[in-house]
Design a protein around this ligand. Structure first.
Ligand code: ADP
Ligand code: AMP
Length: 258
């Protein structure tokens, strides 16, 4: 498989992207790129990091499709498990409804299963994973077993005010999971999914009190991952996500070289 996000060693950050978080990242990335060229084309592992409601799902599915990579969103996988009433779903539901993180042990098992079904030359875009340092350690270890690592971490950013508005208007299809927004991205017919006709509903964890809790959890447990990845060879990019979907998309295209 070819390099799906462009050459990992070339700095493709353009006007849409904020400066890389750390100067040594580009050098680390160049080293990574040249060492991979000796072994063949790079296949990348990308993490979309950012607070709830910032647009990871909206952009992640598109980015993965464009790159021919697998899109792995742990929130989607957990919601599917809840709908199907599996053991995982039953154990995760309460945490999700309260806006807390599902325990690392359950998430690590879930992601291990997903990754074990992927060939080592598949690109992956992660959305909502990892969310804690132990999850990031586990990912590094699983990837290390097949001589891979996290290549890029893209941090999507927007103020709380923007996030609160987006989550208040978010509606998801009960059947296929497609995401809409009654203010910014309304379906053609109110309440019905454009893609499959399924019923659109508000997420159980999108009520204001739970959203506030999720934002706190993001700051406490997930933001430390920025520091974590600064200490690795992954290249970090910040992308301002407080602008229309197509503008964020353009910026992502620039930073990933797709
Ligand atoms: P996340 O996966 O980060 O929680 P989503 O992709 O589900 O976020 O987006 C949250 C809500 O905001 C959805 O209703 C989505 O349609 C909407 N949305 C996403 N990106 C934008 C954007 N750039 N501008 C306006 N609304 C957006
Ligand atoms: P999301 O769809 O990413 O907003 O996730 C919805 C909810 O699923 C979160 O608030 C958590 O309860 C749970 N969740 C999703 N991914 C993870 C993860 N990597 N670790 C722990 N909990 C998660």
């Amino acid at each position: 498989m070819g390099s799906q996000f462009g050459e990992t060693g070339v700095d493709v950050a353009g006007p849409g992207a904020r400066p890389a978080l750390h100067g040594s990242k580009a050098r680390a990335s160049a080293r990574l790129s040249s060492c991979r060229r000796e072994r063949g084309p790079a296949v990348v592992v990308v993490i979309l990091l950012g607070p709830p409601g910032v647009g990871k799902g909206t952009q992640g599915a598109w980015l993965a499709e464009r790159a021919g990579a697998r899109y792995v969103a742990t929130g989607d996988l957990l919601r599917a498990a809840c709908r199907e009433g599996t053991e995982l779903g039953r154990r995760a539901q309460g945490y999700m409804d309260r806006g807390e993180l599902v325990p690392d042990g359950l998430i690590i098992e879930l992601v291990r299963q997903v990754l074990s079904g992927l060939s080592p030359d598949t690109g992956v875009v992660f959305d909502g994973f990892p969310r804690t340092v132990p999850q990031a350690d586990m990912l590094a270890s699983v990837l290390g077993d097949v001589d891979r690592q996290v290549d890029r971490v893209i941090v999507l950013e927007a103020d709380d005010e923007v996030l609160l508005r987006r989550m208040a208007g978010r509606r998801s299809c009960r059947d296929c999971g497609a995401v809409y927004n009654i203010h910014f991205n309304a379906p053609r017919k109110a309440g019905a999914c454009d893609r499959c006709g399924g019923e659109l509903a508000r997420r159980r964890d999108d009520d204001p009190a739970t959203v506030r809790r999720r934002l706190k959890v993001y700051r406490k447990d997930t933001m430390p991952l920025i520091q974590f990845y600064l200490g690795t060879s992954a290249r970090l990019e910040q992308v301002a996500a407080d602008r229309p979907v197509d503008k964020v998309r353009d910026a992502l295209q620039e930073v990933t070289g797709t």
